[in-house]
Design a binder for this molecule. Structure first.
Ligand SMILES: Cc1ncc(COP(=O)(O)O)c(C=O)c1O
Length: 345
């Protein structure tokens, strides 16, 4: 009955949204995002400069396909979001690994490398690096932009976590400061709302967005118009802002609760830095702990715990996992820690 009502509602009231639409995405949502990006990040993106994607994942893929040719080099973090690494490799690119410290990617290391080799692009996760959760400092942001101008490479800025910064105000994206059209900016609503609602966006130089739209159309004629229109209304009615403010407060409290539980229960076995933002803790376990076995044993007790394999690569083998806290209330966190304690000691 419920589904019949929805179909009826769509066919009668919103029938326009059931037609073929622009591959660039709903104009209403692009307009809402244009305002939102301007007020939250000082980012100037007109509706023509925005492409709605299926999550930021699609934005990484489109950027890689347009920027990289086989044999090109792209700089990425020593540890990195592994799916992005896969996308760049699939485009035929070589990865130049850049160390990450508590201020994010080491820009001086890149500067040195650029004396001897060319890169086509760099992939940066400024808020908050995955997996380590560190924030890229403003000083480094400015220097990356300077290097991009001097050495003519593109910056793919994956700012999927911008909306979850607890420390103070988030830093301005590189894209908001850039005057040289070198930055492709990617964002997402999937983390804000629900990962299954696949809405992301990208903005950059007009000709790049034009090419990305044409490529997107080859893969996927258009996005989910009804979902895009629904989000456009939520933005326009101010619901997204209200929701974001509430979520930020809740997640900050959850971060603090989870960090103090980890401190109290696992001080000898797990080290971590309280992240300035994001929805996970980068937890480094005592090297003697076998995370694969631990994860297996935890699951038998009803607790899903990552086993750390996802983030390992040819140069990165820290015995760590990302522990997501955002979806757990205090009671669930206490239960999770009790199970972990049981299987760890
Ligand atoms: C660093 C990073 N970028 C992009 C994504 C993709 O997110 P989505 O496509 O849901 O926006 C993820 C997902 O976890 C991620 O960790």
């Amino acid at each position: 009955m419920y589904s019949i009502l929805i179909v009826h509602f769509l066919l009668t009231i919103y029938s326009n949204y059931l037609k073929y639409g622009s591959p660039q995405g709903s104009e209403n949502l692009r307009e809402a995002l244009s305002n939102y990006l301007s007020t939250t990040r000082g980012l100037n993106a007109s509706i023509n400069d925005l492409l709605i994607t299926k999550g930021s994942q699609m934005g990484i893929y489109l950027s890689a396909q347009l920027l990289l040719d086989p044999g090109d080099t792209i700089a990425v973090g020593m540890s990195n979001y592994p799916t992005a690494d896969q996308i760049f490799k699939q485009a035929g690119a070589n990865l130049l690994r850049i160390p990450i410290d508590h201020n994010g990617m080491d820009v001086d290391y890149l500067e040195n490398k650029l004396k001897k080799q060319k890169i086509k692009a760099i992939y940066i996760i400024p808020h908050h690096h995955s997996p380590t959760t560190v924030t890229l400092s403003m000083e480094r942001r400015l220097k990356f932009l300077k290097l991009a101008k001097e050495h003519q490479f593109a910056i793919i800025e994956d700012d999927y976590d911008f909306d979850f910064h607890y420390a103070n105000k988030p830093y301005l994206p590189l894209a908001s400061i850039d005057h040289n059209q070198n930055v492709i900016y990617l964002g997402s609503i999937t983390k804000t709302f629900a990962p299954a609602l696949r809405i992301g966006f990208m903005t950059g130089p007009a000709n790049f967005i034009y090419a990305a739209t044409a490529l997107r159309e080859l893969i996927d004629r258009q996005g989910d118009t009804t979902l895009e229109e629904a989000f456009a209304s939520l933005f326009k009615q101010g619901e997204m802002n209200r929701y974001n403010r509430k979520a930020l407060k809740t997640y900050k409290e959850r971060r603090d609760t989870f960090c103090s539980l980890l401190d109290t229960n696992f001080a000898n076995q797990i080290t971590f830095k309280v992240p300035e933002g994001g929805l996970a803790i980068w937890a480094i376990f005592n090297p003697e702990i076998d995370l694969i076995q631990l994860s297996h044993n935890a699951l038998k007790q009803g607790l899903y715990l990552d086993n750390g394999l996802f983030y390992k690569n040819e140069v990165f083998s820290t015995n760590g996992i990302r522990m997501g806290f955002a979806s757990l209330d205090e009671k669930e966190m206490i239960e999770a820690c009790a199970i972990l304690k049981k299987v760890m000691y």
